[in-house]
Design a protein around this ligand. Structure first.
Ligand SMILES: Cc1cc2nc3c(=O)[nH]c(=O)nc-3n(C[C@H](O)[C@H](O)[C@H](O)COP(=O)(O)OP(=O)(O)OC[C@H]3O[C@@H](n4cnc5c(N)ncnc54)[C@H](O)[C@@H]3O)c2cc1C
Length: 437
């Protein structure tokens, strides 16, 4: 129905060498959809959004089927930087200007809940995903100290949030062993974790409740038929009252023009050989995850076996870099030159969905029967998990909290399929230059 346009082939895979994949037990078992099914809700996408939505709906008593084109965790949810923080990708003061204070405050509270949602899942389902407390924002520019101070004051005054800790030039150097940063801001309500282990823990719970979890089952089209929706794969179809679409950066043409509400961009991560705890703590004293304040950010942390996982470098063409080692390691050596003596064991990338205002894009089509959530703009671990909960609330007749996200207005990235990438890349090029000067 929507799929009247050709795919742009934005879905690529260079994930074969991911550290996360190495860190889990190999499991090639998967069930493919090969028949016709009738359910209450058909969920498309086996990342955090889809799995969380399916699990919440299942627990509310809905009959659910989930279709994942490849494997659960194949997408960004199984490849990301593992940094779980409250807030959104834009500062609250900016969101207040866009949406007004009351709306901004609802979003802030939901972002706090999103972190608690992940923590609760880890506890309730006993998921071993090596979670560690603390994400440090590292001030790359001199003026960041003032920026951080203002943020602390604003958060305390307007949101009664007092969980930030400020670090000056000397203090940040004690925490992160580089002379690249001028200051730091630690958020106590923040964590880092192995995202693939977390997602597989969540999907293990889902699979224990529901046998209709299909992998290698690409949703090719969604048709409206009487008051039902029919999702087709090449070997079967699912007829449902509702369809949930959680495809994020891999959505492509499935919902037609909806894809023009965000830009799918590719981001890359490398993993060194294990450094050992002692060496790792010489580099990041308290094992925090770190992200810097540039427009094109560096983000990094140590894995559970003390490898440096360093992320950074974005590409905007639809071609994936098949060997991102050079581009990412050059960024890493600028911050930590001593890491040159260690091997790089893994390098991979993933696709995320960035909206123009950096706020998530939630919405519905076909008289509210088709629900989509995407565009977390690099801040998706908490928000996509929360999205699943809000989708289940909406389907069960309580749309209020879903609507706080739905009611955000999003610009369309103009230029159509041919020009939107060059236009966007040119805009990002401008910010890259600004980072340098
Ligand atoms: C390199 C990288 C680093 C990141 N770092 C962080 C971070 O540190 N912190 C943070 O908060 N966020 C981070 N993010 C963003 C975060 O990973 C995402 O926002 C989040 O995982 C989105 O989850 P999702 O379930 O919506 O999408 P995804 O996990 O991408 O899942 C979408 C799934 O849909 C499937 N799919 C697509 N089309 C179809 C179809 N037609 N039929 C069936 N299945 C389909 C895909 O195969 C895929 O598995 C990062 C992202 C990347 C790529």
């Amino acid at each position: 129905m929507f799929n009247n346009k050709k795919n742009t082939f934005e879905q690529h895979d260079n994930e074969k060498k991911s550290y996360y994949k190495y860190s889990i037990e190999a499991n090639d078992e998967s069930i493919e959809l090969q028949s016709n099914l009738q359910v209450d809700v058909c969920v498309i996408g086996g990342g955090f959004t889809g799995v969380s939505a399916a699990l919440h709906l299942e627990k509310k008593g809905y009959k659910v089927a989930l279709l994942e084109a490849r494997k659960i965790g194949w997408g960004a949810s199984g490849r990301n930087g593992g940094q779980l923080t409250c807030g959104l990708r834009k500062d609250q003061s900016i969101i207040e200007n866009i949406l007004g204070f009351d709306h901004a405050k609802e979003l802030w509270n939901l972002s706090l809940e999103s972190v608690q949602e992940v923590l609760k899942n880890i506890k309730d389902y006993n998921i071993d995903c090596s979670i560690v407390n603390g994400v440090m924002s590292a001030g790359y520019f001199k003026e960041d100290y003032r920026y951080f101070s203002n943020l602390i004051e604003h958060s305390s005054k307007k949101y009664n949030f007092n969980e930030y800790k400020l670090f000056n030039l000397t203090e940040i150097k004690e925490e992160i062993n580089t002379n690249k940063y001028y200051s730091g801001l630690l958020n106590n309500i923040s964590y880092h974790l192995n995202p693939l282990k977390y997602l597989l823990g969540l999907s293990k719970k889902l699979k224990s409740l529901n046998k209709n979890i299909f992998e290698n089952s690409h949703a090719l089209d969604i048709e409206e038929f009487a008051d039902k929706l029919v999702v087709k794969t090449d070997k079967g179809k699912v007829t449902a009252n509702y369809v949930v679409c959680g495809c994020n950066g891999y959505l492509d043409a499935l919902l037609g023009k909806i894809r023009n509400k965000f830009m799918p961009i590719n981001n890359y991560i490398i993993a060194t050989e294990p450094l050992g705890q002692k060496k790792a703590e010489e580099i990041i004293r308290n094992n925090y995850a770190v992200c810097d304040t540039r427009f094109i950010i560096d983000y990094y942390r140590f894995s559970e076996d003390w490898r440096m996982l360093f992320g950074g470098g974005e590409t905007f063409t639809s071609n994936f870099l098949h060997d991102p080692i050079k581009i990412v390691s050059n960024r890493m050596y600028k911050i930590f030159p001593n890491l040159k003596e260690y091997n790089i064991d893994f390098a991979w990338g993933g696709t995320l969905a960035i909206t123009v205002n950096r706020l998530p894009h939630f919405g519905t089509l076909l008289n509210d029967k088709l629900i989509f959530c995407h565009g977390y703009s690099g801040h998706g671990i908490g928000l996509s998990n929360l999205a699943g909960k809000l989708i289940s609330e909406k389907i069960s007749g309580n749309p209020e909290r879903f609507n706080f996200f739905r009611d955000i207005n999003h610009l369309t990235i103009f230029g159509g399929d041919f020009l939107r990438r060059p236009i966007y890349a040119a805009a990002i090029g401008y910010y890259k230059i600004r980072d340098i000067i």
